[in-house]
Structure formats: C-alpha cells, structure tokens
Design a protein around this ligand. Structure first.
Ligand code: AMP
Length: 141
C-alpha cells in the first residue's frame, strides 16, 4: 500500500461525506478540521482539505494554499484554548513515514513544557473529552 492512488473509502473521505461522525472544530468550503480520536496531547486536531489527495506528495498546490492558512488559524486557537507553550505540526507521507490514513491531513498538537508526547495512533480518547476539547478550540477561534 505505498505510493499508490487515492482510495475514496479511507476514513477521512467517509468523515468528509458525513458517513461517519467527528468532533468538528472548523469547516469552510475547502477544509474540515476535527479532533483526533487518539490524541498525542490534549487538543490534538486534524486539518483536512476537502479535495482528494493521498498526502502532500500528490496534493494540488492550489488546494494547499487553502489548507495552510487554516492550519495556522487552528494552531493559534489550539495554543490559546490549551494554554500551550508551543504547537507541533505533523504530516506523514506513506507508511514508511508513519502515515496510516490516506487522505491528506495536518496534525495540530498543543505542547506544554515537560509534558511528553503520547504515541502516534495510541489510545482512543473518551468521546466526552473530545467534545469538550473541540468546544474549547471553537471558542478560541
Ligand atoms: P496519520 O495517517 O499517521 O497521519 O494519522 C492518522 C490519524 O488519524 C491518527 O492520529 C489517528 O489517531 C487519527 N484517526 C484515525 N481514525 C480517526 C477518526 N475516525 N476520527 C479522527 N481521527 C482519526
């Protein structure tokens, strides 16, 4: 499964089509952002362009130009909402680099001094906590 084409049965395509739920943080014509269900830190969210690409390598630069300002907007909101010392942006391309969902997405992860990052795709978070955290970020937007 590496270096292949876009498969529209991936889980983020299903979220974009409304077939499965998410804890939404932000949406506009080109972009959706929602909470990561296995957060590496409180407030970990994902920014997902609505246009189809497997990852950064096959993305249309015009689509990226819509996505990155949203990554910035949500990084600022998450920093404020979680009183974070910093924000980690992560983005994985292909399995060898750690990618597990094959629709382009950017991780926005609040970081606090001395607080270790939890493992990537680790433990599922409680739905009520994700809901509360999504509300906190929305309130900071
Ligand atoms: P990666 O493709 O490795 O960049 O990571 C995919 C991310 O999606 C991981 O951090 C998962 O915890 C997260 N994830 C997987 N399924 C869902 C889902 N249904 N809703 C929200 N996040 C998800």
């Amino acid at each position: 499964m590496s270096g292949q084409t876009y498969d529209d049965n991936n889980i983020f395509a299903k979220i974009l089509r409304g077939e499965i739920p998410c804890h939404k943080v932000y949406e506009d014509d080109d972009t959706l952002a929602f909470m990561d269900v296995m957060p590496q830190a409180p407030g970990h969210l994902l920014v997902v362009p609505k246009s189809q690409s497997r990852n950064l390598l096959d993305a249309d630069p015009a689509a990226l130009s819509k996505t990155i300002p949203v990554v910035q907007k949500l990084a600022k909101a998450a920093k404020e909402a979680f009183d974070a010392d910093g924000i980690f942006i992560a983005q994985f391309n292909e399995p060898a680099a750690g990618q597990t969902v094959y629709h382009l997405h950017f991780h926005v992860i609040p970081r606090r001094e001395g607080e270790p990052l939890r493992p990537h795709s680790g433990k599922m978070e409680d739905g009520d906590i994700l809901k509360t955290n999504a509300e906190k970020i929305r309130a900071a937007l």
